[in-house]
Design a protein around this ligand. Structure first.
Ligand SMILES: *Cc1c(COP(=O)(O)O)cnc(C)c1O
Length: 395
């Protein structure tokens, strides 16, 4: 099997597995207990916190462990909304290409009376900082913009947006779930107040994440109960997952430069190969994208059929985001960057890792080429295009 769906989840890496096994065998105590097994677990917990903090240039006390990227996004946005509300600020800003963990949290706050502005994103999938600046008002409580998009891989100008939010005194959160472990993050340089990350997107385990919240930001609880995580997130800590995530992030950050160089070479080879397929188009900026992300639309076919046939040929890919595959709605991200419905339906996302090889990339290119041709030959829409009854959207 060629695995090319790393944006959905990554394989748990060897370093994470070792750390998790050690934790399960030796660090089974409850970190809140005062006896020796508890204190050993507590030490491992705090060491993991320190190592994660170091990877993103944060202070140890600014890291909170949560159940994943979704919870981190929820807590960051809800905290900012509540803080704003207390000062009469009920306006929230985000973009049309965010993950559903952000968009659906904002929907909920809108139902509670908040005013939400979703800034539109141009065709290249890169947010314009000037558009964010224009959206900021006197009553803006939060700007939240993802660091890298999970579907089209575009990397956003977070430092610029951070600087302008800082200048205007507006809280700034970034969902860095796709970025962490893959592109450098320094919370100070980026001027972010809050940042979300998730273990299973950088070879750590799933069901674990971290929220960075700058010193002085009073997080609001989403999970109520015990006093874990300095009272901001209740529940006995998932220590195996936490130490696994810390080990994985350290490993990814330690090899980031060479990994990115290798994976982006594969990416560019794949993009070049797939561009040869007639009436195909790359989604998202060609350069300002994650090292492993490739996302294409092919005219005249259904992404789901392509996905299933590729799976049959031993290639694991995605037709969009994992959350929307299975439903017939086209990707909200592709629609947001202006792809028409019928084109957005014919999308394919291939997300590579260090484990992929050039040979695999060549095999993917050949398989996609043949499968697209096969599907087009059966497609009534394609026949209309070929017959000139309809005109191509993708030239
Ligand atoms: C995967 C993902 C999430 C959700 O993270 P979970 O840990 O799966 O809850 C949020 N945002 C982005 C950009 C993601 O890619």
């Amino acid at each position: 099997m060629i695995y090319a769906d790393n944006a959905a989840t990554t394989k748990t890496g060897a370093v994470a597995q070792v750390a998790m096994n050690v934790s399960m065998e030796l660090l089974w105590g409850n970190p809140s207990s005062l006896h020796t097994p508890g204190q050993k677990a507590k030490e491992a917990l705090e060491s993991a916190r320190e190592r994660i903090a170091r990877c993103i240039g944060a202070d140890t006390r600014e890291i909170y462990f949560v159940s994943g990227g979704s919870e981190a996004d929820n807590q960051a946005i809800i905290s900012a909304a509540r803080l704003g509300e207390r000062r009469g600020k009920k306006h929230l800003i985000s973009t049309t290409i965010e993950h559903h963990a952000v968009l659906h949290t904002l929907d909920q706050l809108r139902r509670e009376g908040f005013d939400v502005t979703l800034v539109e994103v141009p065709e290249n999938g890169i947010v314009d900082p000037a558009a964010i600046a224009d959206a900021i008002r006197e009553d803006t409580a939060l700007v939240t913009v993802m660091m890298a998009n999970n579907e089209i891989g575009t990397i956003q100008p977070i430092a610029e947006i951070g600087a302008l939010c800082h200048e205007k005194g507006v809280l700034f959160h970034t969902d860095a779930v796709q970025a962490a472990g893959h592109v450098p993050i320094d919370v100070g340089a980026l001027k972010v107040d809050m940042l979300s990350l998730s273990g299973h997107k950088f070879y750590g385990p799933r069901g674990i994440g971290a929220l960075y919240a700058k010193k002085g930001i009073a997080l609001v609880n989403v999970i109520h109960g015990g006093a874990q995580e300095r009272g901001k997130r209740a529940g006995t800590e998932n220590l195996p997952a936490i130490v696994g995530m810390a080990a994985a992030l350290e490993e990814a950050c330690g090899h980031m430069r060479e990994n990115a160089r290798y994976v982006s070479t594969l990416r560019d080879r794949l993009i070049e190969g797939l561009s040869e397929i007639p009436h195909s188009i790359l989604n998202g900026d060609g350069e300002r994208r994650l090292p492993g992300n490739v996302n294409f639309c092919f005219e005249g076919i259904e992404g789901e059929s392509l996905l299933l046939l590729l799976d049959h040929r031993g290639i694991a890919a995605s037709s969009g985001s994992a959350c929307t595959s299975g439903s017939l709605d086209p990707s909200h991200v592709l629609l947001a960057i202006g792809r028409p419905h019928e084109i957005a339906h014919g999308s394919l996302r291939l997300t590579l890792s260090e484990e992929n090889t050039e040979e695999e990339v060549d095999e993917i290119i050949q398989a996609v080429d043949e499968t697209v041709t096969y599907l087009r030959n059966m497609s009534p829409i394609w026949m209309e295009l070929v017959g000139g009854e309809k005109s191509y959207v993708i030239q």
